[in-house]
Design a protein around this ligand. Structure first.
Ligand code: SF4
Length: 890
């Protein structure tokens, strides 16, 4: 499929769902650009989306089915999966098998997976990693609206006068929405409030930042509802006509005085008052929330506390106003639509509703229908651990790293009698435990649809052929279903037929009683599916619906069509903190990585921004704990341990620390953050608490630190206390540390670089016994093959520059500089990369500020191009400008 034709598809990363134009190159990469016609991004892409073309390589791709690590035919692998499922069900019943799927799979994959499990096998034991992302939003929506409906649209970002961001680092986690907001703010002066315990990159555009105590959101929004009522800013008309339960909700909120709200939130009363008044006074208010709200034991209450304020003011479903959940994953919404959670049925029907079960079973003409909820993600792996689930099929996700108490999950999977894993990647921490591995089609190879956070359904389209024996997930499920005796119900000719069936189900016995209706597409042909343009649901048959929002005039999906106010009570999580575990650990994403890095770690460009796992900590806490900048620390909880690089920053609240979620055992020695997190969940949604883990932090006693670069991957010996690997442009880089120094550093270096060594190489070394510095460089024909920099303190070398020397000719006069790890005075040193698109480093930006007088992000862009493509780094550039600005006299 190499050629000049651009294919319109959708980015596979976050829930923004940006349109992408892609074109395959002969070298296995692809050209990628934003689709100017896609209504989610209008041509914009963030750093991750822009780098998609660099992540297409077949390196470490799973390209053949494997049983016990040996290549087998598809027939054998599918027979094994189906046969084991059949025998297990026959012996132990349908609830002894389970599927654990992912917000990465397409709606068509999700649809057939649910149909097989709930309609044919007869168990609801199918859940998804989306449970970890937004289950609290689903539960909150259903409690308030009677349906899992996102009322608004992205356009509201441009129509709001006030945007409140709660638990959302939009700048890094939904960068294109952030760029839309930045543009709107410039255009119409939109006020922006960020509610987040951390001062994140998003705070660069905030008029007000409420660095609330972790977990205090419910108190804040209950205080807001009380304030709105007391100051007469509610809408009695909307409350009377379209809601119930306001009296009880306000009664529980009024018990909280402003003083008490400020005390709980850990903020000055004036800051709280400023927010309450700004919200109260601004009709066009949009409240965007994300994982900071959802990933909590009170996540559903947080969602309802926010929704209560919008219902009370009638600010919902109208231009520029409403509560707005933005999802983490590219197809979390599509999964919700087709019943991807263990407590739902397809097409927004309810498992607990007998009438809905009848509708779905009749439509599917299935022999049975699950009539009890299955295990939600955390419970599902408990059921694997205690043997209730004996055959497990994991699809497109890495639970060994992403579920709480991850070591316990790893042990549970290892002890399961049968585990099949469908994946794109050969080596992950989860594929290592599989009995059967099934090679899946990757982004760019598969066809189907995804739904983004604003209910917009877009096509993902293939623009390269299937490599090796990789096959789409929907095909794998249908083949297993066929072997289980359900060939007639799963005989689809392609994803277009699955989509048409799903569309028809949404309209079956609906008559506007359910929010989700796309029956306009029930007869879609393959050609029409191929050319399907992005659209927002609902799209019922025989109507020309143009309204893209819900609930401006009520019409909720409860029995009386009224919304429900939910009584939400603040429950303090503070009692979980103890002298043994005095810090609260928050977790989240970083700008240029995605999930467990199986795709984003393939490109050096995305690894150049942050190349190793870290712990952010406040300067006072770091000093008290004896942690030096860039040293290593050990983080412990009752469930596990991690070793991370220390990043000292006043952006953290005292007593709070932050760690990224991405690193796995494939990339770092001990940085699987979920090993630390308790499997405590929200009682309503089943979503785990990933934002509030009591931990202990202390220095890691490293005898030495090292930084290595090499053309071939380094051989990391067992017993290394710390490593963190990343790709470099012409090879690899790795951070190292040890608890005892090797007796012979030359031998250590030779062993480290053994995979690429050649006996004719020229080796340069330098050692200073007094300082503990050791340097090693290996040259082949005058070009750098590998280098090692060692110190008793964290190694201070210019990493970007040093990594850039790999494969370069090193002139005799430059060899001392190479061993020093720094360019000479006349050679520019980029410093750490800030702008991934144009690979502009912090030093280059600082130079532009100092020498060219650049005092704005735009001026930096004009000078060194940083921030002029995807814009994801603009907030960091602003921070560098601030740090270099000279206070005005007087
Ligand atoms: Fe992809 Fe970035 Fe758009 Fe998210 S914001 S869909 S990661 S390009």
């Amino acid at each position: 499929m190499v050629g000049n034709r651009w294919t319109a598809t959708t980015c596979p990363y976050c829930g923004v769902g940006c349109g992408v134009l892609a074109r395959a190159n002969a070298d296995g990469t692809a050209d990628v650009k934003g689709d100017p016609d896609h209504p989610a991004n209008f041509g914009r892409l963030c750093s991750k989306g822009s780098a998609l073309g660099e992540t297409m390589s077949l390196h470490d791709r799973l390209l053949s089915p494997l049983i016990a690590g040996e290549p087998v035919s598809w027939e054998s692998a599918l027979d094994k999966v189906a046969g084991t499922f059949r025998e297990t069900i026959a012996t132990y019943g349908p609830d002894s098998v389970a599927l654990y799927v992912s917000g990465q799979i397409l709606t068509e994959d999700y649809y057939v997976a649910n149909k097989l499990m709930k309609g044919y096998i007869g168990t609801a034991n199918i859940d998804t990693n989306s449970r970890l992302c937004m289950a609290s939003s689903v539960a909150g929506h259903k409690r308030a609206f009677g349906s899992d409906t996102v009322p608004g649209a992205y356009q509201d970002l441009e129509l709001a006068d006030l945007v409140v961001l709660v638990g959302s680092n939009l700048a890094w986690c939904h960068p294109v929405l952030y760029q839309r907001l930045v543009a709107a703010r410039k255009e119409r002066g939109t006020k922006i409030v960020v509610i987040d315990p951390r001062r994140t990159a998003t705070c660069e555009i905030a008029d007000l930042h409420l660095a609330i105590a972790p977990g205090s959101d419910v108190a804040l929004f209950n205080g807001l509802l009380s304030h709105l009522t007391a100051t007469g800013r509610i809408s009695p008309r909307y409350i009377d006509r379209h809601t119930t339960g306001f009296g009880a909700a306000i009664k529980s909120c009024n018990a909280l005085s402003l003083d008490r709200v400020a005390e709980i939130c850990g903020l000055d009363k004036s800051v709280i008052s400023a927010f309450l008044e700004l919200f109260a006074a601004t009709e066009r208010t949009l409240t965007i929330y994300s994982q900071g709200v959802n990933q909590s034991t009170s996540g559903t209450d947080k969602v309802n506390a926010i929704i209560n304020c919008h219902l009370a003011t009638g600010r919902i479903g109208k231009p520029g106003m409403g509560p707005f959940s933005v999802t983490g994953q590219p197809n979390a919404m599509g999964g919700r639509e087709v019943g991807g959670l263990a407590n739902m049925l397809a097409a927004h029907t309810e498992l607990a509703n007998p009438d809905h079960r009848r509708i779905v079973q009749t439509f599917w003409n299935s022999p049975r229908i699950a009539d009890a909820p299955g295990h939600k993600a955390v419970d599902l792996f408990d059921a694997v651990a205690d043997g209730r689930i004996k055959a497990l099929w994991i699809m497109a996700t890495n639970p060994v790293d992403s579920l709480p108490e991850a070591d316990r999950v790893r042990d549970a999977i290892a002890s399961c009698p049968f585990v099949a894993v469908s994946d794109v990647t050969r080596h992950t921490d989860t594929t290592a435990l599989a009995n059967v591995l099934l090679p899946a089609a990757a982004w760019g190879e598969k066809d189907g649809t995804v739904t983004n956070s604003e209910r917009r359904i877009s096509r993902q389209r293939a623009f390269v052929g299937l490599p090796g024996q990789a096959r789409p997930d929907w095909w794998q499920i249908c083949e297993v279903a066929r072997r289980l005796g359900y060939a007639d119900a799963f005989g689809y000719a392609g994803p277009h037929e699955i989509f048409a069936e799903y569309a028809a189900l949404t309209g079956t016995e609906n008559s506007a009683t359910r929010d989700l209706d796309i029956s306009a597409f029930e007869d879609i042909s393959e050609e029409a599916y191929d050319s399907l343009q992005p659209f927002q649901w609902p799209q019922p048959k025989n109507t020309s619906r143009t309204e893209s929002r819900f609930f401006a005039e009520g019409g909720f999906f409860t029995a009386d069509r009224r919304a429900r106010f939910v009584e939400t009570r603040y429950q303090s999580p503070a009692s979980r903190i103890s002298p043994k575990y005095p810090f609260v650990m928050n977790t989240g994403r970083i700008r240029d990585q995605w999930h467990t890095m199986t795709r984003t770690a393939k490109t050096p460009r995305l690894m150049s921004h942050i190349a190793e796992p870290f712990l952010e900590i406040h300067p006072d806490d770091a000093a008290a704990a004896g942690l030096g900048s860039a040293s290593l620390c050990e983080v412990r909880s009752p469930h596990g341990r991690a070793v991370l690089r220390v990043t000292i920053t006043p952006a953290q609240r005292r007593g709070n620390v932050f760690a990224p979620i991405h690193w796995t055992a494939q990339y770092a020695s001990e940085a699987r953050i979920d090993v630390l997190i308790a499997s405590r969940t929200d009682l309503v949604s089943g979503q785990p608490e990933s934002k509030f883990t009591p931990v202990a932090v202390r220095p890691y006693d490293a005898a030495w630190y090292g930084f290595a670069i090499s053309s071939e991957p380094a051989a990391l010996r067992d017993g290394l206390a710390y490593f963190a690997k990343a790709p470099a442009k012409a090879g690899h880089r790795v951070e190292l540390a040890g608890s005892a120094s090797p007796l012979d550093w030359d031998a250590f270096a030779n062993e480290l670089f053994a995979p690429g060594n050649n006996e004719n190489d020229e080796v340069l070394t330098y050692r200073d016994a007094r300082t503990g510095h050791y340097r090693y460089a290996r040259l082949r024909d005058g070009r750098l093959e590998s280098a090692l920099f060692v110190s008793r303190q964290p190694v201070v070398v210019s990493r970007t520059w040093a990594a850039g020397q790999l494969g370069q000719r090193i002139n005799p006069g430059d060899r001392l500089r190479l061993l020093a790890g720094r360019p000479g005075g006349n050679v520019p040193d980029k410093g750490p990369i800030v702008c991934a698109c144009f690979e502009v480093g912090a030093n280059e930006i600082a130079t532009a500020i100092a020498r060219q007088g650049c005092v704005s992000v735009e001026a930096i862009g004009a000078c060194v191009k940083a921030g002029t493509n995807c814009g994801s780094c603009r907030s960091e550039i602003a921070r560098i400008i601030d740090a270099h600005s000279v206070p005005k006299a007087g």
